[in-house]
Each structure stands twice: as structure tokens, then as C-alpha cells.
Design a protein around this ligand. Structure first.
Ligand SMILES: [Zn+2]
Length: 540
């Protein structure tokens, strides 16, 4: 079994470097290098434990003899496993082109990940193009938010282009289309024009040779209504491919450009012009863009431009996630969400706030690849990938949900010694002195299980017996079969927020005060990220 060999090699390397190997870090290394194995993390954990035991039993000489030489790290290009190189015989230029209507969400990160990975494979260039030619759906804050999201993902663009800064370019190409009789200015009623198109019929403007369409175009800058239309095949069976609007009048002031312009390119026209003018060689997009591609190809054909390669991948559905920007905006306005980073959302800012690691997200999409079949995101697999990254660094903490207070009776002060990490002694421990008569809090659910006279163990502290509604010290050494309970003495209130919107009050141990912003593990709850008096649930 290949996985077993990889685990053995990692265990031997670790033992050679550090004197002994740890199952978790060995597993972490292997899963980090072979993303495809992550779904088997549980089984591999068992195998890793066995292999590590065997390796740790070897003498240093045996380890040295068996350990494979460590592979040299590649300077660039890590994490592209599974992607075949693009078809290319020259420089590769890619683009990620979102509309600045809000920050990026998990769905967007797929295109970022794939374009970034191909940039790495081909040592190419990645352009961030902000598509803001519809003044009505622009959020001025989104320009910076999207750039920051990309940087957080580790995919800083080589160049940032904003479409609303490039209107003169679209105008010039529109003039060229008009002068080639490949476009026309239409003054018909919009509904009438669409209706004619539905019946594959030209409107009176389309073939009107008496008027100068170029002059009509220039007139649109100073007033009046009209659209600039690219001629395609009116007879096409697909109504979406019959003549499409390239520019239209929008009087709404643009959040970035004000009222400097009234003629705005449509999505398809601006994209075609930009992909060509920016030298994009490969356009990666979901197959829901097939009609758009076919429209855009008309612009290339009319202007004798060489086309980029269009690569359409299958759609992705992301369960249990609200991704529609307009719906999120409404939720923020109505108070359902506190903002774009509300932990209930699957925006990247929200996932980052909960403790997701960008590498887990990027690797997930690269592993999913550019297949044509539709896929469904597996939260379970994404969580497993993230867990591998956060687990080795996450400190353990006691958090007592729905705390019940009990007095601890003891003859002398007791010392808590609780390791920050069960497998990493070098991370140190939480120490705390609990004085006789101290108030201890226990989870209500645990207290409900206890009856008078029961023995329980306060984890990492002592045994106690429940008597007369108090805890009586009953020895320090662990006793088999006794329920182990998390507890806090001096602690601080800390509310746990889950992505489903639920909130649970609790008390966290004092060590949490030093861990603002860290991902930690609440034992028996899961991983959380600490943020002031809140803990945002990450995953189990
Ligand atoms: Zn017309």
C-alpha cells in the first residue's frame, strides 16, 4: 500500500531528525503532501500509530540506514498535484474576474485556486480584473476586500485591472465593430427589440444603411437613449446567442467614476475586449458561462482577434451556504448577520474569522480539479484538511458550557497541571492553584448525570465525591472508570457561536486570556477561534 510506505518514510525521516516520531505529525506530513488521502485520515491514523511504534523501537543506526533522503523542496509549484498542465507553447496569462459587489466567498475561491495553481505550473501571470461596468451592483468597499481575500488565499495577483478605468478602450473597440458593420446602434423600444429577436427578426435599425451608426454612437455620449448591439446569427436556435447588447446607457452614477460616463459596456462585451487586450491566454470558467463564451467569440471573429483557450469546468454546489451577494446584503441590512464576516456565512472573511486556513481551501479546489462533471463541496473533507493544519498548533482548553457552581472542599490547595497539547510536551502546560473552598463550575450536562455520593474526576486536578451539593476532595491519582469532567475555577465568561447561529454561554479557563485570535481546541467541543469574549466554532 502506497500510503503505508509514505507513512513509514515520514516516520523514519522524523525519527532520524528528532530521535523519535509522533503519529500525529507523521500523519500530518503525509496528508499534507497527498491531499487525496485525506478522506482516509481516520484509517491512516491507526496505521500511522502502528508504524510509529515500530520505527521508535529501532536503534538510531537502523533508523539512519532505513530513512530515505529528504526530498529537496521545490522553489515554486507545490500543491498543484492532480492538475495537468494547460495546453500552451508560450507564456500563460490567466485572470480571475469577480464583480466588486462584496468580498469573495467559498465559491469564488475555486477559480482563484485553479488560476493560481496554473500560474504556478506555467510560471505565468495572474490578473485580478474587477468587473464593475454595472454601476448598480458595485460596492465601493469590495475592490479592496477582494484584493485582501486573494492575498489571504496566498494568490496575490500580478496585476489589478478595474474595468471602469478602461471605458475608452471599450468605446474604441465598439467604434471598430460599428465601422466594420459588425454592430449597430438601435433606438427601438427595448421590449420590441427583444421580441423581434425572439422571432429571429431584425429590428429596423440593424440593416439601416442610410444612417451613420458611428455618428449615432457618438451622439449617445451627450444624451438620448439607445443601445449598441453586436451582430451575431439571428437564426441561431439558441435565443441567447442572437445579437447581444455591447453597450447601453446607465444614468445611475458609478460609485467609483461618478457621473463622468453614461455609456457602459455589458458583461460579455467588456470581458471579450479585456481578455484580448490584456493578453489572456486561458480563460477558466464554469460551464454556466458557455453561452457567454459563444457570444464573446463573435467579438473575436468580427475583429479578427486570436481567441484564448476557453476551459469550462463543471459547476459546484456548496451545501448549507448562502452565497448570493444580494441575499447576504439583505441579511446584513435586516440584522440577521452582523456583517460580511458573520460566522454563519461562507464568505472568506467569515471562514478566516472562524479559523479556516487558506491552504486547506486552496488544496481542496486543486484536488477537485477542472473536471467537466458537476461537483458538490464536502464540508467534511474540507474540515478534515483544515484539521490536519490546525491540530498540531491548537492549544487545548477547558470550556464549561452552561456552568453549574459547586464549592470544592479540600484540606489543602490543589495544583492543576494540564498540557497545552497532549502530544507536544514542548508547548508547556496550564497551571492553576485551586484553594480549598473555591467555587468550581462544571457543565450542567455533566452535573445532571451525577447523584449524591458519586465519585468524579476533575480533569488534571483531583478526584471528588458529590456530597450535600458540594465537591469533597477524594484523592489525586486517577481512578479507572470514574467519569472525567472539565471544570473551571477562576475563569471568564465566553460565549460559543456556532455557524448555525446558535449561541451557548460558558466559562473558559484563565489561560484563554493570553490566546486572543488563536485557534484552540475546546476539549469535547472541537476547534474554535478565540475572539474577545467569544469563541467562533470552527469544526470538530
Ligand atoms: Zn432597433
Amino acid at each position: 500500500m502506497e500510503a503505508e510506505e509514505a507513512l513509514r518514510a515520514a516516520a523514519l525521516q522524523e525519527a532520524a531528525r528528532h530521535g523519535s516520531a509522533q503519529p500525529k505529525s507523521v500523519l500530518g506530513k503525509v496528508l499534507g503532501a497527498h491531499a487525496g488521502l485525506r478522506s482516509q485520515a481516520r484509517e491512516l491514523g491507526t496505521i500511522a500509530a502502528r508504524i510509529v511504534t515500530e520505527v521508535n523501537a529501532l536503534s538510531p543506526a537502523e533508523v539512519a540506514a532505513q530513512a530515505p533522503a529528504p526530498k529537496p523542496r521545490k522553489a515554486t509549484g507545490s500543491g498543484h498535484s492532480g492538475l495537468s498542465p494547460l495546453d500552451s507553447d508560450g507564456p500563460v496569462v490567466l485572470r480571475f474576474a469577480p464583480g466588486p459587489s462584496g468580498p469573495l466567498h467559498l465559491g469564488h475561491s475555486r477559480a482563484v485556486a485553479l488560476n493560481h495553481a496554473f500560474r504556478g505550473i506555467h510560471n505565468g501571470k495572474l490578473i485580478l480584473r474587477l468587473e464593475d461596468t454595472n454601476p448598480m451592483v458595485v460596492d465601493p468597499a469590495a475592490y479592496d476586500l477582494i484584493t485582501l481575500d486573494m492575498e489571504w488565499l496566498g494568490a496575490k495577483p500580478d496585476e489589478i485591472v478595474v474595468q471602469s478605468d478602461r471605458l475608452e478602450i471599450y468605446y474604441d473597440d465598439a467604434r471598430e465593430l460599428l465601422s466594420r458593420d459588425a454592430a449597430y446602434v438601435c433606438h427601438c423600444d427595448a421590449e420590441k427589440w427583444r421580441e423581434l429577436k425572439r422571432h429571429s427578426t431584425a429590428c429596423p435599425c440593424r440593416d439601416d444603411k442610410s444612417a451613420s451608426h458611428l455618428a449615432a454612437f457618438e451622439a449617445l455620449f451627450s444624451g438620448g437613449d439607445g443601445i449598441v448591439v453586436v451582430k451575431t446569427d439571428l437564426e441561431s436556435n439558441n435565443p441567447a446567442l442572437r445579437d447581444f447588447v455591447a453597450l447601453r446607457v446607465v444614468e445611475t452614477p458609478h460609485p467609483r467614476q461618478g457621473d463622468a460616463w453614461r455609456l457602459w459596456p455589458t458583461y460579455n462585451f467588456a470581458v471579450a475586449v479585456d481578455d484580448y487586450r490584456l493578453g489572456v491566454t486561458h480563460v477558466l470558467r464554469g460551464k454556466d458561462h458557455l453561452n457567454n463564451t459563444l457570444c464573446q467569440q463573435w467579438v473575436y471573429r468580427h475583429l479578427d482577434w486570436e481567441e484564448p483557450q476557453f476551459i469550462h469546468y463543471g459547476l459546484v454546489s456548496i451545501p448549507d451556504a448562502l452565497l448570493k451577494t444580494t441575499a447576504i446584503c439583505e441579511g446584513i441590512a435586516s440584522g440577521d448577520y452582523i456583517g460580511w464576516d458573520d460566522p454563519q456565512l461562507a464568505t472568506l472573511v467569515a471562514l478566516r474569522r472562524r479559523g479556516y486556513q487558506p491552504q486547506a481551501i486552496m488544496d481542496y479546489w486543486v484536488t477537485a480539479g477542472v473536471k467537466e462533471s458537476d461537483i458538490t463541496l464536502s464540508w467534511q473533507n474540507l474540515e478534515a484538511a483544515n484539521r490536519v493544519l490546525v491540530e498540531p498548533e491548537a492549544k487545548r482548553l477547558f470550556w464549561v458550557p452552561e456552568p453549574v457552581e459547586l464549592i470544592l472542599d479540600a484540606s489543602q490547595p490543589l495544583e492543576k497541571h494540564a498540557p497545552f497539547h497532549p502530544d507536544r510536551a514542548e508547548m508547556g502546560e496550564r497551571r492553576e492553584t485551586v484553594k480549598p473552598g473555591a467555587t468550581i463550575v462544571l457543565p450542567a450536562a455533566d452535573v445532571a448525570q451525577l447523584t449524591e455520593g458519586d465519585l468524579l474526576r476533575l480533569k488534571n486536578l483531583c478526584n471528588c465525591r458529590l456530597r450535600d451539593g458540594r465537591l469533597k476532595h477524594a484523592g489525586d491519582d486517577p481512578v479507572k472508570g470514574v467519569p472525567i469532567v472539565q471544570w473551571c475555577a477562576a475563569g471568564a465568561p465566553l460565549q460559543l457561536l456556532r455557524p448555525n447561529g446558535s449561541q451557548t454561554d460558558g466559562i473558559v479557563e484563565p489561560a484563554a486570556a493570553e490566546m486572543e485570535g488563536e485557534v484552540v481546541q475546546f476539549e469535547r467541543v472541537g476547534f474554535v477561534r478565540l475572539e474577545r469574549s467569544q469563541a467562533l466554532f470552527l469544526h470538530r
